[in-house]
Ligand binder design. Sequence first.
Ligand SMILES: CC(C)(COP(=O)(O)OP(=O)(O)OC[C@H]1O[C@@H](n2cnc3c(N)ncnc32)[C@H](O)[C@@H]1OP(=O)(O)O)[C@@H](O)C(=O)NCCC(=O)NCCS
Ligand SMILES: CC(=O)OP(=O)(O)O
Length: 333
Amino acid sequence: MVTFLEKISERAKKLNKTIALPETEDIRTLQAAAKVLKRGIAKVVLVGNEAAIKALAGDLDLSKARIVDPKTYEKKDEYINAFYELRKHKGVTLESSAEIISDYVYFAVMMAKLGEVDGVVSGAAHSSSDTLRPAVQIVKTAKGAALASAFFIIAVPDCEYGSDGTFLFADSGMVEMPSVEDVANIAVISAKTFELLVQDVPKVAMLSYSTKGSAKSKLTEATIASTKLAQKLAPEIAIDGELQVDAAIVPKVAASKAPGSPVAGKANVFIFPDLNCGNIAYKIAQRLAKAEAYGPITQGLAKPINDLSRGCSDEDIVGAVAITCVQAAAQDK
Ligand SMILES: CC(C)(COP(=O)(O)OP(=O)(O)OC[C@H]1O[C@@H](n2cnc3c(N)ncnc32)[C@H](O)[C@@H]1OP(=O)(O)O)[C@@H](O)C(=O)NCCC(=O)NCCS
Ligand SMILES: CC(=O)OP(=O)(O)O
């Protein structure tokens, strides 16, 4: 069977996108860059010090990568000014802008903002906050998006559920305590993202510890309210809740707990009530079910600036790069 990574890589190869990788002091970044270049998935910009990158890379073939050092880059002043203009209302001075822009992640995100690269992948050596904060500060939300959020593509081996074992989990990486409106917006954008990346019809389950009123509390009421709002925002998408995970994916359980639901028993997009649930669930799927887990990938940003888990492998970074290329191409349209 063709894996999600193989499929998304094949799509990325046709797009000729350029992705910046700022974590050049981490060997996994350089290993991933070498694989991305060898497989022809994307062009790569490595942000960092050339001598340090070459010393760490050893025998890895990075000859086709462009190396950009924020310290010596000819457009350094343009970058400092651009960040100053974006953030002066928040107290940033030209001096502090120079300091901030010398950070490789901020610099890479500014490269995306100024159109020098199509996207950024970071997070193997930084916490999610340190990758996502530059993204929301510099590129900000896309036109028409209510908020930025983050998801994982989870591909479970030998799994009869979801889209041949592939699921989207959201929010698993960014919005800590989403409001009812936030969860509804995350559901709608996640369905569209699933369609783009997995190329299958999304069936969105608004997850809970209750199915269709089996329990009643403030928590279940919030999920029901998010479900109703998401259905109103996007009546053309199959969205249903509140559903427990077994009712969402197992047809037999769905038939008894949620008969007649357009989603129950068939869900491939999981919407969690908060970041605790979303992040815990993805790590359980990854570690216990041995699922491939790509993310946290952002949605709703004006440019794809994507995160990683610090526990990622070089192959996970390759997957995130390929996804970033496909997202960037979709934003071109
Ligand atoms: C994303 C995150 C870093 C933003 O942090 P924050 O403390 O809100 O950042 P700031 O207060 O500096 O906000 C920066 C800007 O981004 C905006 N912003 C924050 N979250 C946003 C979102 N989800 N969508 C759109 N904009 C957002 C703010 O409104 C603010 O705008 P402004 O400064 O231009 O007015 C934060 O939500 C976070 O840490 N999330 C959890 C990440 C995490 O730990 N994940 C677990 C492991 S994956
Ligand atoms: C996504 C995530 O949980 O990131 P980390 O493992 O780096 O905290």
